[in-house]
Design a protein around this ligand. Structure first.
Ligand code: SF4
Length: 325
């Protein structure tokens, strides 16, 4: 059987769904590929000639190669590299498999299974040891260093400039989780700094808090192209870091901003309206679901509904509404 880029893409997806990451990094300490398997894989994903079964596929590959400036594998992260504020995307993998539409039906044995959301409670056991408040900032810094110049999912090659880790108090009682960085966040390296971020700041202030007193993060840390919703593969891959951030910060309450955050935190695919207005839980914290600030900017009539959700949080945390002057 001829091996096409579509076959290889499906196999990569399949391995990642099984928890095998960093397929493009030869020296990754986290990989579970044996050296022999890695050599076989790398040989398979480094074709000497474009492999295409149809003229259309060949034309597509040629067009894509003209847009990929450096067809080389990205280097493994080195401890001497700057970990924050990366201003450029890593080099693309040998071929731009991720953007190639399947030309034919994949053989059943190579098709990747449909990823389903897995709740954060099921992604990892709850930690036995609680990091004391004095050690949480350092633990978060260490996690950020571990993420490095991450290439674990396709978003690394989709034009991101900066990995947007998080912002706020490592000891916060309240955490907000959104979907993913937008253009402003990608440029600044901080979550929720654009117009939606300004609205979130206003919501936080109305709750009687300052932005510096809460912790803010996203399901994925790299900007999806054209602000699209993260693919399940991307969200599932990046979730491992947010799980650990939650376990380090140990917030009392988490607010899921929008359906993408709710879907992955809770591991359910339900409408936002069916999830709002009641308490959920994840990683030992109480969780409430509300509208994403970007949605509220498009439909300000829903701000009153979002305020009801935040009032639930305020009652839980003993916060008092700030009266307008
Ligand atoms: S979105 Fe997350 S997993 Fe994907 S490349 Fe960025 S940091 Fe890595």
């Amino acid at each position: 059987m001829d091996v096409t880029p579509q076959h290889i893409r499906a196999y990569v997806d399949y391995l990642r769904d099984m928890g095998i990451y960093d397929l493009y990094q030869r020296e990754s300490p986290g990989t579970v590929l044996t050296p022999e398997l890695r050599e076989i894989f790398l040989a398979a994903v480094t074709p000497k000639e474009p492999v295409a079964q149809s003229a259309r596929a060949a034309a597509q590959l040629t067009a894509q190669r003209t847009t990929v400036p450096t067809p080389s594998r990205p280097p493994a992260p080195a401890s001497s590299k700057p970990l924050l504020d990366q201003r450029s995307s890593p080099a693309a993998p040998p071929m731009n498999y991720f953007d190639i539409e399947p030309q034919t039906e994949l053989p059943a044995s190579l098709a990747s299974p449909m990823p389903t959301p897995v709740s954060f409670d099921k992604l990892a056991p709850l930690p036995v040891d609680i990091i004391p408040p004095s050690g949480r900032a350092a633990a978060l810094e260490s996690l950020r260093a571990e993420i490095g110049d991450c290439t674990r999912c396709p978003l690394a090659y989709a034009g991101r400039h900066t990995i947007v880790f998080a912002d706020g108090d490592p000891n916060a009682k309240l955490m907000f989780v959104g979907e993913g960085p937008g253009a402003d966040e990608d440029a600044s390296g901080l979550p929720f700094v654009g117009k939606a971020g300004q609205l979130l700041n206003n919501m936080i202030a109305a709750m009687g808090l300052q932005r510096e007193q809460v912790y803010i993060a996203n399901i994925v840390k790299c900007r999806p192209p054209a602000n699209r919703v993260p693919e399940p593969l991307e969200a599932n891959t990046c979730s491992q870091f947010l799980v650990r951030q939650i376990d380090i910060v140990r917030p009392q309450v988490i607010v899921a901003l929008g359906s993408t955050a709710a879907t992955y935190l809770l591991g359910v695919k339900q409408s936002l309206s069916s999830l709002r207005g009641r308490w959920h839980s994840t990683r030992g914290a109480k969780l409430v679901v509300t509208y994403h600030p970007a949605f509220l900017l498009r439909d300000p009539r829903q701000k009153g509904e979002a305020w009801k959700d935040l009032q639930m949080v305020m009652a839980e945390l003993g916060l008092k509404q700030v009266k307008k002057q």
